[in-house]
Design a protein around this ligand. Structure first.
Ligand SMILES: [Zn+2]
Ligand SMILES: [Zn+2]
Length: 273
């Protein structure tokens, strides 16, 4: 089996949208920042079957599961999606010691779980208090309860932003500082700048600002490629504003789109949500 076939069948064995693709641009409406019931701040409705159903209803073909500091529900969402034309990339929303959130996106569970090992070693062992922070549920593909995650996930790893970027890069992932326009947990709010000692391939803006105006509001981000996601904690927070024009849904293709290379590119729909 060739590289392309290997990748496709690892991730989503019956994805009708992917199977026929070889060497042509295809458009994927994408939201690469989706939480599940594992994130204490996410609603109880963020179960694998409902995430898949809502994404499909909105015409979204590509999502990434990015719970706070944990990968435990990714495979359940992938399993829930496997009969549908929806690709689910594995990811983590990592909180570094600067209290900055970054999306760490990968092609395979093996890669993301290697990052998880690092996160496990660097996340403080603090118990979750569900009454204050919310429940952290690990569930199966049907959304049924498997266990509670007792360690608080919504806290900072002792990894620095640079260390996290290096780890993700060495695992061939994509590191994207998240929601830079938010007033909490963001690069711009917490650091005031985009660090130049690491290679930032993209920055994420929330769906509340217009990508065309973002760099006039935040001059620090001028020149950096942008992605725009829903940061979905509730089903009605999915964003379908971003389209990836790529051969097939993989990190290498998304990186080409971010650098506007080899015919791949990213576009945003007009109008605010
Ligand atoms: Zn965040
Ligand atoms: Zn988030």
């Amino acid at each position: 089996m060739d590289y392309f076939g290997n990748w496709v069948y690892d991730v989503n064995p019956r994805n009708d949208l992917i199977t026929p693709l070889t060497d042509q641009i295809n458009t994927f409406i994408a939201d690469l920042h989706v939480h599940t019931v594992l994130s204490p701040c996410a609603e109880a409705e963020m179960t694998p079957p409902l995430i898949v159903e809502f994404a499909l209803d909105l015409g979204i073909q590509l999502i990434a599961i990015t719970d706070h500091n944990s990968t435990a529900n990714i495979s359940a969402v992938q399993k829930a999606a496997e009969k549908y034309p929806l690709t689910v990339l594995p990811g983590i929303e990592l909180q570094t010691r600067e209290d900055v959130h970054s999306l760490c996106l990968f092609d395979t569970l093996e890669q993301v779980n290697k990052l998880q090992e690092l996160v496990n070693r660097t996340l403080p062992k603090i118990m979750n208090q569900p009454e204050h922070f919310g429940e952290q549920f690990v569930v199966d593909a049907a959304g049924d309860f498997i266990r509670r995650e007792n360690q608080l996930l919504l806290t900072s790893s002792s990894m620095s932003l640079s260390e996290a970027w290096k780890a993700v890069s060495e695992l061939s992932g994509l590191f994207i500082p998240a929601h830079i326009d938010r007033k909490v947990f963001s690069l711009i709010e917490n650091l005031g700048l985009v660090p130049t000692d690491i290679t930032i391939e993209a920055l994420e803006i929330s769906k509340h600002i217009d990508p065309a105006l973002a760099s006039s509001i935040y001059p620090q981000i001028s020149g950096y490629p942008l992605v725009q996601n829903g940061d979905v904690h509730r089903l009605d927070e999915f964003s379908r504003r971003m389209s990836l024009h790529i051969f097939y849904p993989a990190i290498s293709e998304i990186k080409l789109a971010l650098s506007n290379s080899q015919g791949r590119f990213i576009s945003f729909t007009d109008g605010m949500i």
